[in-house]
Design a protein around this ligand. Structure first.
Ligand code: UDP
Length: 412
C-alpha cells in the first residue's frame, strides 16, 4: 500500500459557493466525529473519477476534525488486467473467471490487507480492485466500521462475477452506491445512496477568465475563433470516443469550421487505455481539426479546465457511466453539455433543461448543431445546469453525506 498526500483545503473557503444551511449541517455532523481515524483505499491516485473525488474529500474531512488518510493498493499490471476485466464485467461485459484469476485477485488483496498496520474507526474501500481486502485483515478488523463504496453502474453485471464478489461485499457494514438501481436486491448489506461530487475550488474547476482559457488552449493548436467540441475521458470503449468522432464528422458536414478535442488521461489501473488510444489515433486519421491529447502531452488539471471553460459543447457520449464527473465539470463552467442518457448522467442533466441527453451519434450531432446555431438559448440552458450542480454535486454535499453515514455507524 502506498500513502497519497492530499494536501490541505478549508471548508470555510466554500462558504460563498454553497448554501449556509449545508455548511452548518456539516459542522454539526463533524462534532461527534472529531479525532476519528478514516482510511480510504482505492487502486490509483491518478486518472479517473475516484482519485479526483478523494483529493478533495479527504482534506475537507481533515479540516472538519477527522483524521483521514488515503492509501493506494500496490500491484503489478497483471492484477490490473484482471480488475479492469472485473470493472467491465460489473458493467455487463462477459468475464472469464478461472481459478488463476481468482487466485491472483485474492493474493494481491491479501498482501495489501497485511500492510494495514494501524487501527481505523472507518475504512472506506472504493470499487472492486481492493474489495476483497476486508476478508484478510489481521484481527478481523474488529472495532472498525467497513464501507464498500461502489462507483460503477452494476445494475446488469456478469452473473458469475457478481456471485464471486458478493461474499466479499457482504463482509462490509455498509455499501454505498451512486444510485439505488445499481445495487442487487440480494446485496445483504445495508445500502446507502450517495452520488459523487466535484470540487469547485480545485484547479480543474476554479474560475478561469476567457483570456486565460484562450491562452492555454491555443498552446495546443486550437483556433479560438472556431467552435470546439470536447470530450474529456479515459480512453475506454464505454466512453465511446469513436462515437464522438462519428458525431463530430456529422457536425462538420454542416459546420466545416468545427474542431474536436478528445482529452484522456492514462490511469495506472487501466491497461486497456494504451491500446484504445492507438485505435483512436487510427480512427481519426490525419484530420488536422481533431486533437487527441492526454497527460502525456502535458495536459493536467488546469489544461482540462481551460478546454472545458472554452468549449462550445462539452460531450460525454458514454454508453455506460457510473456517474460521469465530467458532466458536472462541464455544467459547472456553464457550458452546454450533450451526454449519453445512461447511469448517473440523468441525475445531472434534465434533457432540454440543463443540457441534452442523447442515445446515438446522430442525435448527438443534431444537438451539437442546435447548440451552435442558438448560442444564447444554449447559454441559458447551461446556466441552469450550473445551478443544478451547485445544489447537488459539489464536494461539501458529499462530505455531509459521508459524515451522516459515519454518525449512523457510530450510533448503530
Ligand atoms: N480526467 C482528467 N484528464 C483526462 C481525463 C479525465 O483530468 O485526460 C478527469 C476528469 O476531468 C474527471 C475524471 O478524470 O474528473 C473522470 O471521472 P468520470 O467520473 O467522468 O469517469 P471515470 O474515469 O471515473 O469513469
Amino acid at each position: 500500500m502506498r500513502d497519497v498526500n492530499v494536501g490541505r483545503k478549508y471548508l470555510a473557503e466554500y462558504q460563498s459557493i454553497v448554501h449556509k444551511e449545508l455548511m452548518a449541517e456539516i459542522r454539526q455532523l463533524a462534532e461527534p466525529l472529531r479525532g476519528k481515524r478514516v482510511l480510504h483505499v482505492n487502486a490509483t491516485s491518478f486518472g479517473g473519477g475516484v482519485a479526483e473525488i478523494l483529493y478533495t474529500l479527504l482534506p475537507l474531512m481533515n479540516d472538519v476534525g477527522l483524521e483521514a488518510e488515503w492509501q493506494v493498493m500496490t500491484a503489478d499490471s497483471e492484477f490490473f488486467n484482471v480488475t479492469k476485466s472485473f470493472h467491465n464485467g460489473l458493467q455487463g461485459a462477459p468475464v472469464e473467471l478461472g481459478a488463476a484469476t481468482r487466485e491472483l485477485y485474492e493474493e494481491v488483496n491479501r498482501r495489501n490487507a497485511a500492510q494495514l498496520s494501524r487501527h481505523y474507526d472507518f475504512v472506506v474501500i472504493h470499487d472492486p480492485q481492493p474489495c476483497a481486502m476486508r476478508a484478510w485483515v489481521a484481527d478481523g478488523g474488529e472495532g472498525t466500521r467497513w464501507l464498500w463504496r461502489c462507483h460503477i453502474d452494476t445494475s446488469t453485471p456478469d452473473a458469475s462475477l457478481y456471485d464471486y464478489l458478493l461474499p466479499f461485499i457482504r463482509r462490509y457494514d455498509r455499501a454505498v452506491y451512486t444510485m439505488a438501481s445499481y445495487a442487487p436486491d440480494d446485496l445483504g448489506v445495508p445500502l446507502e445512496v450517495v452520488p459523487p461530487a466535484i470540487d469547485p475550488l480545485a484547479p480543474k474547476n476554479m474560475t478561469l477568465v476567457p483570456d486565460d482559457a484562450h491562452y492555454i488552449v491555443r498552446q495546443f493548436g486550437i483556433d479560438i475563433e472556431r467552435p470546439l467540441l470536447l470530450q474529456v475521458s479515459r480512453f475506454d470503449p464505454w466512453k465511446d470516443p469513436l462515437g464522438v468522432v462519428d458525431a463530430y464528422r456529422q457536425v462538420k458536414a454542416h459546420r466545416p469550421e468545427v474542431q474536436l478535442a478528445l482529452i484522456g488521461s492514462m490511469a495506472s489501473d487501466d491497461p486497456e487505455g494504451w491500446e484504445y488510444l492507438e485505435k483512436l489515433h487510427a480512427y481519426v486519421g490525419g484530420d488536422p481539426d481533431v486533437f487527441v491529447l492526454s497527460n502525456l502531452d502535458n495536459i493536467g488539471s488546469v489544461e482540462v479546465n481551460a478546454f472545458q471553460s472554452h468549449a462550445a459543447v462539452v460531450l460525454q457520449k458514454s454508453t455506460r457511466e457510473g456517474f460521469g464527473l465530467t458532466v458536472s465539470e462541464g455544467l459547472w463552467k456553464a457550458r452546454p453539455v450533450v451526454a449519453g442518457g445512461v447511469g448517473g448522467i440523468p441525475l445531472q442533466i434534465e434533457d432540454g433543461v440543463t443540457g441534452f441527453l442523447v442515445d446515438s451519434g446522430a442525435s448527438c450531432a443534431e444537438r451539437c448543431l442546435e447548440i451552435l446555431e442558438r448560442p444564447d438559448w444554449a447559454q441559458a440552458m447551461a446556466r441552469r445546469g450550473k445551478e443544478h450542480v451547485r445544489r447537488h454535486f459539489l464536494t461539501p454535499r458529499l462530505l455531509r453525506d459521508d459524515l451522516r453515514i459515519f454518525n449512523e455507524l457510530l450510533d448503530g
